[in-house]
Design a protein around this ligand. Structure first.
Ligand SMILES: Nc1nc2c(ncn2[C@@H]2O[C@H](COP(=O)(O)OP(=O)(O)OP(=O)(O)O)[C@@H](O)[C@H]2O)c(=O)[nH]1
Length: 601
């Protein structure tokens, strides 16, 4: 294909969620494809529907557009999709690295939000030329002039020439295409140099194996070539290259500056890591592209089937998800409380939620999720360091020298009226204020917070105290020492692994008391007294007692009715399946669930 570099533009659209990225992208495809709205729906959406039916994930929303500009030249515009959330910021960063410029899309009625900032800063870090675009100017509440000021004030970008558009009605959208051509720079790259390409994304296709999305920096990538991944060192034969317009279209080669897909018989997604450099085996480039670091999970939790007979199904489903997601980890875990399940690793909370929701919705599984835990660095007295993924694996306190926990830098934008509750929430969570400024009538608060205080319910609390008016974004900052302890919950002296938590010492007692009180309500009365205790390193810090009662369910069926009696007993048997034995106490799974959710109260 190897188009003249001067006629290529590679760009991303950076925006806060719901500011209209998909709507604008569809419009651009529509104009460049010369399609009517109906044809577009049929073409674009139908082909996606079909792929969906065949079980192919439409991960790359990257599209190659052909645009006839006002200067009479024909341009190739590669629009590359960026995942919108911070959990995937490493992946966003790779996508941005594949482009020279970005459209900064801001809702003209809402203005700059937390993810607008996070994403535009990432784009600026990659030296992108940026074209500010104000969307939704058709709305009566749109205030383009005010939002332009905001962009200048908060981001420091010149917004004089910001475009004013409505992706919904189509107004001003053709100006966007002209701005891409005139204001964004073309890519650079030497076609004669050894091949150097960036692996931007990869996904599993059941028919083709692993498909990778690449940006060629130097040289050309052709089918028949033997290529090497510089990070994983793996060798592969390229069987097909091509572009998306939006359907897959084969090409002879991809030249410098071009973005396209490569199929090369890779079986395992782990061999196609986002950010890796691809080069030619027989004429390799000298150095890999800088900054390759596969994304590592920072949040872990246990996933268990509520119905133990779904274990195999859960394993198969996790396997299928992992095929498409190299940053998702899972390994078998056995819990006395919850039975057989898996310990899973995620990039962040949203990633966890997405995976959990897909398992429940797409795979029809009913799951118990243990409290999410961050990865702690536990330094032992013998000089070693252990990454702790599961609170139950915490070494004995006597062996521990110190523990470090991950901290984040959080940016919260919130209407002034809700500032008080936000500051209170951040302070309660051991936050350290870094900055407090104003963006028009909204406050921009920047806090340093321990990630373990955020993984429980921070986001839900944030939403509820601000009635949904706050936007939130965070970056991982690094590890810091903390006074952390393992809180163990015991039922009649037996530790309940599923409820073990790592908490800051200052909060251990409050948490312990709350958990015991909650469990007291949830554990059905037994024929004997049951003690529920919370302890730290063997020292009991809270205690509740469930008093005894007789447990004959048939007692209420006075005499006669045998069928009714049998039914009740069967029901009880059914219920038993969902019970877990703790020493001599049976605890219903629903109790674990409710106790794990208590932080949301
Ligand atoms: N009035 C008006 N509504 C718009 C405009 N552009 C997008 N919308 C609406 O805004 C909502 C969000 O648009 P999307 O294109 O899905 O936004 P997005 O940024 O892609 O959202 P995510 O994919 O969830 O990140 C939808 O209901 C759109 O119909 C516009 O120009 N005017």
């Amino acid at each position: 294909m190897t188009t003249d570099l001067r006629n290529i533009r590679n760009f991303a659209i950076v925006a806060h969620i719901d500011h209209g990225k998909s709507t604008l992208a569809d419009r651009l495809i529509q104009i460049c494809g010369g399609l009517t709205e109906r044809e577009m729906k049929e073409q674009v959406l139908d082909s996606m529907e079909l792929e969906r039916e065949r079980g192919i994930t439409i991960k790359a929303q990257t599209v190659r557009l052909t645009y006839q500009a006002q200067d009479g030249e024909t341009y190739i515009l590669n629009m590359i999709d960026t995942p919108g959330h911070v959990d995937f910021s490493y992946e966003v960063s790779r996508s941005l690295k594949a482009c020279e410029g970005s459209l900064l899309l801001v809702d003209a009625s809402q203005g700059v939000e937390a993810q607008t900032l996070a994403n535009v800063y990432l784009a600026l870090d990659h030296d992108h030329e940026i074209v500010p675009v104000l969307n939704k100017v058709d709305l009566p509440a749109a205030e383009p002039d005010r939002i332009k000021e905001q962009i200048e004030e908060v981001i420091g970008l010149d917004a004089t020439d910001a475009l004013e558009i409505s992706a919904k009605t189509g107004r001003g959208v053709s100006d966007v295409l002209e701005a891409i051509v005139q204001r964004l720079p073309p890519p650079k790259g030497d076609i004669k140099a050894p091949l150097k390409a960036l692996l931007v994304d990869s996904w599993y296709d059941p028919y083709l194996g692993v498909v990778t999305l690449v940006r060629v920096m130097e040289g050309t990538l052709k089918s028949g070539m033997k290529v090497r991944m510089l990070g994983t060192r793996a060798l592969h034969d390229v069987t097909q290259v091509g572009v998306f317009r939006p359907g897959k279209t084969k090409a002879d080669a991809l030249g410098p500056g071009e973005i396209g897909y490569v199929i090369s018989g890779i079986k395992d997604i782990a061999d196609a890591k986002v950010g890796d450099t691809i080069t030619e085996e027989k004429r390799p480039c000298e150095a890999p592209l800088e900054g390759f670091q596969p994304s590592v999970p920072v949040v872990f939790c246990g996933l268990f089937p509520s119905d133990t007979s779904q274990y195999e199904e859960l394993r198969d489903s996790l396997g299928k998800l992992a095929l498409n997601d190299s940053s998702f980890l899972f390994e078998p875990e056995v819990s006395p409380a919850l039975g057989f399940g898996f310990r899973c690793g995620f990039l962040g909370l949203l990633h966890l939620e997405i995976v959990q929701e897909r398992l429940e919705r797409e795979f029809g599984l009913d799951l118990i999720t243990t409290a999410p835990s961050v990865v702690y660095h536990v330094y032992t007295k013998n000089g070693g360091m252990k990454e702790l993924h599961n609170p139950t694996d915490m070494p004995e306190p006597t062996q521990i020298d110190h523990i470090e926990e991950p901290w984040i830098k959080a940016t919260i934008l919130v209407p002034d009226d809700f500032l008080g509750p936000i500051l209170k929430l951040c302070e309660e969570r051991r936050g350290e204020q870094i900055d407090l400024t104003y963006v028009g009538d909204r406050a921009m608060v920047i806090y340093r917070l321990p990630l373990n205080e955020v993984v429980f319910d921070f986001y839900d609390r944030l939403k509820s105290v601000t009635r949904g008016y706050a936007s939130f974004d965070y970056q991982l900052e690094g590890y810091r020492e903390g006074d952390l302890v393992k809180l163990t919950i015991m039922v009649n002296g037996e530790p309940v692994d599923a409820l073990a938590l790592v908490v800051h010492r200052s909060q251990a007692e409050v948490r312990g008391r709350a958990l015991c009180a909650k469990l007291k309500e949830l554990i059905p009365r037994q024929l004997f007294k049951v003690a529920v205790q919370a302890s730290i390193g063997g020292k009991v810090i809270a205690r509740e007692t469930v008093s005894a009662m007789r447990k004959d369910v048939t007692a209420k069926c006075y005499g006669g009715d045998a069928t009714r009696k049998r039914k009740l007993l069967e029901k009880q048997k059914e219920g038993k399946k969902r019970m877990r034995q703790f020493g001599n106490v049976e605890i219903p799974q629903s109790a674990f669930l409710a106790a794990l959710r208590m932080d949301e109260d």
